[in-house]
Ligand binder design. Sequence first.
Ligand code: GLY
Length: 375
Amino acid sequence: MNKYIAPHREWIDEISEKLDKKMRYVRERSAEKIPYTAVDGVHDDWRYEKIGRWTNGFWAGVMWLMYMMTNDERYREIAVYDEEILDKALYDSQSLNHDVGFIWLLSAGANYRLHGGKLSENRILTAAFSLSSRYNINAGYIRAWNGADRIGFSIIDCMMNLPLLYLASEITEDSRFRLIAEAHADSALKNHLRPDGSVYHIINYDDNGEVTIPNKTQGYDPKTSSWSRGTAWAVYGFVLSYIHTGKQEYLDASKRAAHYFMSNLLDDAVPLCDFRAPKMPVYHDTSAGTCAACGFLELARIVPENEKQMYFNTAIRILKAVEKDYCIWSNDSDALTLNGCEAYHDGLQNLPLIYGDYYFIEAIYKLKGGEVLLW
Ligand code: GLY
């Protein structure tokens, strides 16, 4: 990848220096928080009533990425603190849903990959036991959420939770976890990924595997439009399943979503929240862009030489566009990236989102040559 990185080296070095400068300041202001967004420039804190939500691992993930880029112990200390705080959610077993992958891969999983340790290993396995128990053996999918009205729901986001199961199989040398992940990925390929490379956010299965599309989902419209962050979950999620299993169909699925994503980027390369929403109002989603950029960089790393450039260039285009128009480098705000879109409807647009920040930093870590894959 070096020959692709070289022309951008100066920019990458400048951004990683700016990241460390900003994060040294923000980490002290948020050292004991689990942030989700920033309100009037100040990180909020989801340690209490919102503990266990899907975004709770991203702050620990930010701290681990910064630690790996700088070797500064303070980042590690904060990440470890977060991992311990998250036990409150881990042992509240009935509240857990499929997002245990997002949460514990970036906290306990990162710690385990870097330092090993029985406590982190136990957390990973406890989360993986919970995730694998959500598998519907008849219909072949992992149930997303809890609640009687959502029993058959599978969501495309789950592709990012599957690496927890691959890790559990690696740790235990027991293939059951990986087999469940593969079965879910096969169903997602068949049912979530549309022929054109866009995705359905939610699929509702019955016990025979018959599917319907619910009326209220992410994106502008459940049936006719296309949610960009969902497409990013498919780009990155399927390539991760390929990396962990070597199954060609997952690489092909990731590429299909990637090609759709690439061809829907407009001049400024920051994705819209929904690629098929009405022209107005315009809602961007920087988090879809930064997550997809991480997927594009993995694709660029693993495809043959004559395919690398287009994936690499797309990642760089997105990251530079997000940086130019939507990054705050001053210490006036704890947020790094602006204009994330939590959801197209319900007034949840134009927000800083911790996962937008996380994936931006993960992409810079990859561009700096970082080799630890936290997923
Ligand atoms: N995983 C939830 C979302 O992307 O909104």
